[in-house]
Ligand binder design. Structure first.
Ligand code: H2B
Length: 98
C-alpha cells in the first residue's frame, strides 16, 4: 500500500466514512466504548495483530471498557497518512466483531 501524507481535504473525505473519528491535535482520534473490559481488550489484541503486520502502531489508552485512540505517522513528522486511515478502517471493521 502507498504510504504518504494526506492533505486536509483528503482527510476530510476519509472522515466522512469513519463514524466517530475526528482530527484532534493533528491526529486521527476516536474514543471506543465497549460492553466490558474483556471486549475492549479482545478488540485491542485483534487490532494489535493487524497493526504489527502493517508495521504501523496506534497510540491508545484503555480505561476499563473505553479505549481512546490517536493515530499519526511518526516517521512523517506525526502527520496523518494513508496508513492511519487504513488502520482506522481496520479498527472499525474489528469493532463490529467485539
Ligand atoms: N507506527 C506509526 N504510527 N508511525 C510510524 O511512523 C511507525 C509506526 N513507524 N510503527 C514504524 C513502526 C517504524 O518505526 C519501523 C522502523 O518501521
Amino acid at each position: 500500500m502507498e504510504r504518504r501524507k494526506l492533505s486536509a481535504a483528503e482527510i476530510q473525505t476519509a472522515l466522512a466514512e469513519l463514524p466517530g473519528w475526528s482530527v484532534q491535535d493533528g491526529k486521527l482520534h476516536k474514543v471506543y466504548k465497549f460492553d466490558s473490559f474483556a471486549r475492549a481488550i479482545g478488540w485491542m489484541v485483534s487490532v494489535a495483530v493487524h497493526a504489527d503486520k502493517m508495521d504501523h502502531h496506534p497510540e491508545w489508552h484503555n480505561v476499563y471498557s473505553r479505549v481512546t485512540v490517536d493515530l499519526a505517522t511518526h516517521d512523517m513528522d506525526d502527520a496523518i497518512s494513508t496508513f492511519d486511515i487504513a488502520l482506522a478502517r481496520q479498527m472499525e471493521a474489528l469493532a463490529g466483531q467485539h
